[in-house]
Write a protein that binds this ligand. Structure first.
Ligand SMILES: Cc1ncc(COP(=O)(O)O)c(C=O)c1O
Length: 411
């Protein structure tokens, strides 16, 4: 009856089952998996948002496959404010970054072909790829005090031939949840590998607005020591590369403006002229088949991107505070370790591997009413890691952290 692409094993997730049970019992849960910015007590300018999407033009339907030009201009202006010159004609609007992946996998890969994705990373790749009948092949990020791409393995995977050959290298910059951000030398290597093997680069930069302070400051000065205090490291966008490989850079209101409910994302196309032009034409045809971006959000894009700066600032302040609380709580003599990160909304804490991650997170939920994600959800190569969202309200975060460290034997 049903297509095989949806025949995923129906694994019983013990954490989800326990959470449901707890909620049934009415237990208040300190939720450090929360990644929805509209649920963490931020101050949303509701009146301004309402005005932004109330343009009289919403009465008309003027379908545009790439997106309305005023909206693409607004997205280009948003990039200009960040120091990146982007041609509005090289932008395609989508309903979300997730949809952008779906369009790009359709554009780049035939069923059975593969896309190279970082590991550990965003768990949705498995679903996004499977829905396009494409297979994600992980390339490792090395935890070498910070995180960096294992370029040797990436090169080997990129060179694979045959029916399951790769068509694109996906990078999440900075990565969810490790916070790995591309260094200039890594970006150059990535472009070089992609160009040499005729692969596209897909760079998911939804969290690039949330680089840690030192990375952000360094974008203008050009150097910094990374959080671990070792190698010089500057975080860069794929938009700052030489453009040797055909590249697609993804972003959206969801993270950059804390407005996931508005459903507006974008793809910026870069690279050699002829390839970029052809990609744009083909992408336009795919987008035209769905025309999924609503008129109100497109007509309100400029205003939403402006008012989103205030929401973004609140999120950035929240993350800064919670990360500082975490760094203060996990001292050098602690049995736990806060992994270095260049940015993003998450923190990775390594805990003593005395029991399995699953048993630790189940015990935290069952006995301490604290919900966190285990590292294996994100495909960490070994145990034991906890992934903490840095979005929750400060008091929630600090109390949950106290309970986590106490259970992990770290205090
Ligand atoms: C790395 C990454 N990319 C994309 C998304 C999804 O963004 P959107 O709401 O635009 O689909 C998320 C959401 O958590 C994410 O973590």
């Amino acid at each position: 009856m049903f297509a095989h692409r949806l025949a995923w094993p129906n694994r019983v997730n013990r954490l989800a089952a326990l959470l449901e049970e707890k909620r049934r019992q009415g237990r208040p849960i300190l939720d450090l998996t929360e990644s929805n910015p509209t649920r963490v007590g931020l101050d949303y300018p509701v009146e301004e948002i309402r005005r932004a999407i109330a343009d009289p033009g919403i009465a008309a339907y003027e379908p545009s496959a790439r997106g309305l030009s005023a909206a693409r201009e607004a997205v280009a202006a948003w990039h200009r404010r960040r120091g990146w010159v982007v041609d509005p004609e090289r932008i395609v609007l989508t309903a979300s970054t997730s949809e952008a992946y779906a369009l790009l996998f359709k554009l780049l890969a035939d069923p059975g072909e593969t896309v190279l994705v970082p590991r550990p990373s965003y768990p949705l790749f498995d679903f996004l790829a499977a829905l396009e009948s494409v297979r994600p092949v992980p390339y490792p990020l090395e935890s070498d005090g910070g995180w960096s791409i294992d370029l040797e393995t990436l090169e080997r995977l990129a060179a694979a031939q045959g029916p399951g050959r790769p068509r694109a290298i996906v990078t999440v910059n900075p990565n969810n949840p490790t916070g790995t951000a591309l260094r200039p030398d890594e970006l150059a290597a990535l472009e070089e590998i992609a160009a040499r093997h005729d692969l596209a680069v897909v760079s998911d930069e939804v969290f690039l607005d949330y680089l840690d302070d030192r990375s952000t400051a360094d974008r203008s000065t050009g150097t910094r020591a990374d959080r671990a205090g070792s190698a010089p490291h500057r975080a860069v966008s794929v938009l700052e590369g030489e453009g040797r490989a055909l590249s697609f850079v993804l972003g959206g209101l969801s993270k950059s403006c804390g407005l996931p409910q508005m459903k507006l994302g974008w793809i910026v196309i870069r690279g050699p002229q002829a390839a970029a032009f052809e990609a744009l034409e083909r992408l336009e045809l795919i987008a035209d088949t769905y025309l999924s971006v609503g008129a109100p959000v497109q007509l309100g894009a400029a205003a939403l991107l402006d008012l989103g700066e205030g929401i973004r600032a609140q999120i950035a302040a929240r993350i800064r505070h919670n990360r500082a609380a975490l760094a203060a709580a996990i001292g050098p003599s602690s049995a736990c370790r806060l992994l270095p990160s260049a940015g993003g909304w998450y923190a990775v804490v390594q805990i003593p591997a005395v029991k399995s991650e699953e048993n630790t997170v189940l015990a935290l939920l069952d006995q301490d009413d604290v919900l966190v994600h285990p590292g294996y959800f994100f495909d960490f190569p070994h145990e034991a890691f906890l992934i903490l969202s840095l979005l929750p309200e400060r008091s929630t975060f600090v109390e949950a952290l106290r309970r986590i460290l106490s259970r992990s034997g770290a205090t």
